[in-house]
Design a protein around this ligand. Structure first.
Ligand code: AMP
Ligand code: MG
Length: 295
């Protein structure tokens, strides 16, 4: 679902109730995907991309709210996080190994600016201020779906659970009296773990250059795009963010990846309620002060 692998683990005293909770998680993931997928032409997100340059497109308040949340993150990150990156981003096809020419990037960049997206909360509509704008919530939607899923199992009375969608996880409670352990993988080897983080009541997201990419002429073309250049952000291999909720950690892992090590860590330290593990291109691993340098 959402083009990624899901994992749900939870504790219930009652088998049937546990199964129902797992089903509810899957159902919620499918619902969010149907609303926000940019692959599905009938999704509300695709409706925005098809029509919002000409008219205000009515959407569910939930989608309008998430677009506003993305805009707040754009403001916070000085535009490193920007859902209009897709105005250029759609020209990359990582499976087909195709990418835009310099001229195509230059032509598309004018449409990349989160301020081109105008949300009317009262009317629950979205409109673009110019043509050529496209949006994509891939940098935040999985974390959002994970948060929604956790809220639903909590409503069902579950107090110990872990929900993961791709690189985004949220954990409530503990696992048989101990923390849940989440591993951060090595960027070049899915079976090698560079750090193990014990977690209780927290979220963790990893963004990496190994998720969707192709290599050509010694360059890696991957799915995290610097909105300033229209090209893959080049300084880091992966960014892991630990924080209170998965929408936050998902959005921030993508953001810090674009910001790079110095500006990225500066933002993490400023925010205070999040931590980061950053793998630089040269392999060096950096930790925010809340985690400390492990021995
Ligand atoms: P993640 O795996 O959470 O790091 O998100 C990567 C996804 O975020 C990509 O596949 C795109 O859908 C989207 N994305 C890429 N670059 C940006 C950016 N600069 N701002 C917001 N979303 C982005
Ligand atoms: Mg993300």
């Amino acid at each position: 679902i959402m083009g990624t692998r899901l994992a749900v683990g939870l504790w219930s005293d009652d088998d049937a109730a546990g199964e129902r909770a797992v089903e509810a998680v899957l159902g919620e993931m499918r619902r969010v995907d149907a609303l926000m997928s940019h692959y599905k032409p009938e999704s509300q997100l695709s409706q925005i991309n098809q029509r919002a340059d000409r008219e205000a497109v009515r959407v569910d308040p939930e989608l309008a709210q998430l677009i506003l949340r993305a805009a707040r993150l754009s403001e916070l990150t000085g535009g490193a996080f920007d859902i209009t990156y897709a105005s250029v981003g759609y020209l990359y096809d990582y499976r087909a190994h195709t990418r835009p020419t310099d001229a195509e990037i230059a032509a598309g960049l004018g449409a990349v600016d989160w301020r081109h997206v105008i949300v009317d909360q009262e009317a629950s509509t979205v409109r673009f201020s110019r043509t050529g704008v496209r949006i994509d919530l891939g940098g935040i939607a999985k974390g959002y779906a994970v948060d929604r899923a956790i809220a639903i199992v909590q409503d069902m009375g579950i107090v110990h659970a872990s929900v993961t969608a791709g690189g985004d996880s949220r954990i409530i409670g503990d696992r048989f009296g101990r923390p849940w352990i989440v591993g951060i993988r090595h960027p070049d080897d899915p079976d090698r773990v560079i750090a193990r983080i014990p977690m209780v009541d927290a979220s963790i997201s990893t963004s990496g250059d190994y998720e969707r990419y192709f290599d050509e002429g010694g360059e890696r073309y991957h799915h995290i795009i610097d909105p300033g250049t229209g090209r893959s952000a080049g300084e880091l291999r992966s960014v892991t963010i630990i924080g209170p909720d998965a929408t936050t950690t998902d959005g921030l892992s993508t953001s810090v990846f674009v910001l790079g090590p110095e500006r990225g860590l500066e933002l993490v330290e400023k925010l205070g309620d999040v931590d980061a593990v950053i793998v630089r291109r040269d392999g060096k691993v950096l930790y925010s002060s809340g985690l400390g340098e492990p021995p």
